[in-house]
Design a protein around this ligand. Structure first.
Ligand code: ATP
Ligand code: MG
Length: 443
């Protein structure tokens, strides 16, 4: 069967070979081909020096930003292809990046600097595999294994700790025992990794099919950059609704949420304020009064520390803050929530509440889940009918209010909001005449 190799990548390999250079597909794209998945990008490695590579593609669009590390990026069509000269890396004295890179004459040395066996594989156009570390077999077994001595490799570059977790989740793979041990032992190296890079790996981890399993197995790694998660482990919850400790519930809730970064971050952080809010009454029942607000504040701090963009921060904080609000399957209530949060955030909140419920004692929440379905259908109907939800939709505006005798200024907005509130509550139809009559009463 022909390999699904992108025409651009094929062209590049052929052009390099035509000039007498060795050239291979390498790393993630070969891993994905072996897994039977179409790669999302194509990295190429070659014996050609960067200036030789450039000469091969003279006349084509070239990006030179990676040049000092040996990378020439060629644009074939609109797609960028990274072509990197075989290289090895010097020692990582700052534990972030190698002190120097040195070009090497052969592929085997280049493969040896790569992180995991499944990523230390190369392939030529005929499909011949170069696999000195048994990557293909590890892919077959679904195992993540360091190339070389695991402790050393994680010490060299702390990001690999997060990459190991991310691949475990995204691919649903297990971790080879020595690699797993080294991940745990060396997690402190993460403190030297830039927040943005941890962020990128964490997002892929959370979106992965194995996110729950990874969170369950490696909580200490996450605590390295988010120590606030630590006290959830072992947090007992003697309430009628819970059957798990704080961390086990959190992980269940993450798994139950759709594989979307915003929703899964929300579930990861939704109860982070619980340990600080816990009290136990005379009958031995636990209470967590005010935990959504505390969790929301902590979530904001945690997301900021990891340099999440403002939009993600705001949305997650909102969803965490409202995750425990009671939603009733009543049209009026649903309209008010839609008005308050906007449709997108409201539907996300429904997902959050569903995932939260799924993490609780199931016999206690079955009715809640049915109610959430009902609420969702109601919300969809309200939107389909184009019902009035915001001041913009209201059948009267500021000019009407002023014409009715209200002095221009903040009072106009207050009157409009009172009218909107009555429309949302279903007390009055969103009709101009009816609302004009009410302006006096709304002052
Ligand atoms: P993805 O599917 O997410 O692109 P990938 O394995 O291709 O996964 P990249 O970040 O694109 O990941 O890296 C390309 C290749 O470079 C990897 O397959 C691996 O061989 C090597 N590599 C990347 N990051 C590191 C690292 N931190 N340490 C060692 N090798 C790395
Ligand atoms: Mg890649």
């Amino acid at each position: 069967m022909a390999l699904p190799i992108a025409p651009g990548a094929r062209h590049i390999l052929q052009a390099l070979a035509a000039q007498g250079h060795e050239a291979y597909l390498v790393g993630g794209c070969v891993r994905d081909l072996l897994r039977g998945v179409t790669p999302h990008d194509w990295d190429i490695c070659t014996s050609a020096r960067p200036e030789e590579t450039r000469r091969c593609f003279a006349g084509q669009r070239i990006i030179e930003t990676g040049l000092k590390h040996g990378t020439v990026t060629v644009l074939a069509g609109t797609e960028p292809y990274e072509i990197t000269t075989y290289r090895m890396e010097g020692p990582y004295s700052d534990r972030r990046r190698p002190d120097y890179v040195r070009f090497v004459p052969n592929l085997a040395e280049d493969l040896a600097r790569r992180d995991f066996t499944m990523n230390a594989v190369a392939m030529d156009l005929a499909g011949n595999l170069r696999d000195p570390f048994g990557g293909a077999q590890d892919i077959k077994r679904g195992l993540i294994r360091c190339v070389g001595e695991p402790d050393l490799r994680f010490q060299e570059d702390g990001l690999r700790v997060m990459r190991a977790l991310r691949f475990a989740s995204a691919l649903g793979y297990g971790m080879e025992e020595r690699t797993a041990g080294a991940v745990r032992r060396n997690r402190a190296v993460l403190s030297r990794v830039a927040a943005e890079r941890i962020n990128a790996e964490l997002c892929k981890l959370l979106e992965g099919q194995g996110a729950g399993a990874v969170l369950r197995q490696y909580p200490d790694v996450l605590c390295q950059f988010w120590p606030q998660l630590g006290p959830l482990a072992g947090l007992e919850q003697h309430t009628p609704w819970h059957c798990r400790d704080g961390w086990a519930h959190t992980v269940h809730a993450v798994e139950a949420a759709p594989a979307d970064v915003t929703l899964r971050l929300t579930m990861l952080l939704h109860d982070v304020g619980k340990p600080a809010c816990k009290s136990t009454d005379g009958k031995g029942a636990d209470h967590f009064c005010g935990h959504p607000a505390v969790s929301a504040r902590m979530a904001g701090e945690m997301l900021r520390a990891l340099k999440f963009d403002n939009r993600t921060q705001e949305r997650v904080v909102t969803l965490v803050a409202y995750h425990d609000e009671q939603l009733l399957p009543q049209e009026r209530a649903v309209r008010r929530w839609l008005s308050r949060l906007g449709p997108e955030a409201f539907f996300q909140l429904l997902e959050v509440k569903r995932a939260d419920s799924m993490g609780k004692a199931l016999e206690q929440v079955r009715d809640r889940l049915a109610e959430l379905d009902e609420i969702k259908i109601m919300a969809e109907q309200i939107l389909a009918q184009g019902q009035c939800l915001t001041l913009k939709d209201l059948a009267v505006n500021g000019r009407d209010v002023i014409a009715a005798g209200v002095a221009p200024g903040p009072e106009v907005g207050r009157v409009l909001n009172r009218l909107l509130d009555r429309v949302l509550g279903g007390e009055v139809p969103n009709a101009r005449e009816a609302l004009l009559e009410l302006i006096d009463a709304a002052r």
